[in-house]
Design a protein around this ligand. Structure first.
Ligand code: ATP
Length: 338
């Protein structure tokens, strides 16, 4: 069974145009031993989905429907108070996008780790600190020095790595990392992801890594889920999705990534702009305005995310073989409905 089962998850933000969904009817499974990469352009709803997995959607947002079942914890969307605080960090380790700025400036990293341990009723605080030091060492930091440091004594990249140490130190079974390597240069990025992979394997975690960088994630994930306009539009085993993308958006995203196609010349930027909450299509397929494969039904009926092959799901009206072979009509004019 999956460690995390997300079903029918809809998250809304209040806007001047009323409550609008940033995540609509999302379904996703995270399994033990698997790293899932969640990719999509800025504004596609990735961070909102991650926050909802911890029932931490900030005001003016709300989980409007659905459930997030975590093994041994229950439906996180129904938890509150102490139970929820225990689940966050305890059963589910996480690093959110701005978390390198969320350390307490007034106290050392070591003391913050002790506070974390106490708030989760960890009996052996010495062991907790030893584990944190070891994790930090493996992240390429000087563990002891870091524990004695204040936040302002550390660079952005160091803070980002410490965020990951905090997420892992309580032995969570589920790990959620939102853009874990954005403050790092390419080399540190690769080594941090490698360490995440190692710790993930050693502890058979269920890991979700959110990124707009499909190239970086393709080095370490087992599965790939692609988000657009608040919907998961395609998912499946990583290599299979990369080799045989069957959603036009996935195909375009891969085509725009030279690191995957291996051809800088051929890498084509995705034309048009992703929608935001107020501009996303209310009926039909959310990608149709930018889709070179769009047909009449795409403007009327929203395609469901459905299994089309073992382990693979897609939300598209066009046949997988048509998308795969690339025999689209003329690309839709950017910004104009197909
Ligand atoms: N507090 C908020 N109030 C209103 N709208 C919001 C709020 N937070 C996010 N949104 C909107 O919800 C949509 C999804 O945003 P989200 O940050 O989840 O996307 P994302 O894919 O994680 O993007 P990024 O990679 O830029 O963080 C966007 O249209 C965004 O403008």
């Amino acid at each position: 069974m999956s460690e995390v089962q997300v079903r029918g998850l809809t998250v809304e933000y209040q806007t001047t145009a009323g409550w609008l969904p940033a995540v609509a009817d999302a379904g996703l499974d995270l399994r033990a031993g698997e790293i899932t990469g969640l990719v999509g352009e800025s504004g596609s709803g990735k961070s909102t989905l991650a926050l909802a997995l911890l029932n931490a959607v900030p005001a003016p947002g709300r989980i409007a429907a659905g459930s997030v079942e975590v093994a041994g914890v229950g439906d996180v969307t129904k938890l509150g108070g102490k139970q929820l605080r225990k689940a966050r960090g305890g059963a589910i380790g996480y690093v959110f996008q701005a978390s390198q700025n969320s350390l307490n400036p007034l106290t050392t990293i070591g003391r913050q780790l002790l506070d974390l341990g106490r708030s989760h009723e960890v009996a052996d605080l010495r062991a907790l600190i030893a584990r944190a030091r070891d994790l930090a060492d493996r992240m390429g930091l000087d563990g002891q020095r870091v524990l004695d440091s204040y936040q302002h004594e550390l660079s952005g990249g160091m803070r980002q790595r410490i965020g990951i140490v905090f997420a892992l130190v309580l032995n969570a079974k589920v790990l959620i990392l939102d853009e874990p390597t954005t403050a790092l240069d390419m080399l540190s990025q690769a080594s941090v992801l490698e360490i995440v992979r190692k710790v993930h394997d050693e502890n058979q975690l269920s890991t979700l890594i959110i990124t707009h960088d499909i190239g970086a994630i393709s080095e370490i994930a087992d599965r790939l889920a692609v988000m657009y306009g608040g919907r998961i539009v395609e998912d499946g085993p990583l290599l299979d999705v990369l080799r045989r993308p069957t959603h036009p958006y996935t195909k375009a995203l891969i085509g725009a990534t030279a690191r995957i196609t291996g051809d800088v010349e051929a890498a084509r930027a995705l034309p048009g702009r992703p929608p935001d909450l107020t501009t996303v299509a209310r009926a039909g397929c959310v990608f149709r305005d930018r889709c070179p494969f769009a047909v009449a039904v795409c403007a009327e009926v929203e395609p469901e995310l459905a299994t089309w092959e073992s382990g693979r799901r897609r939300a598209c009206h066009v046949e997988p073989s048509t998308v795969l072979s690339g025999t689209a009509g003329a690309p839709a004019a950017v910004g104009e409905p197909a």
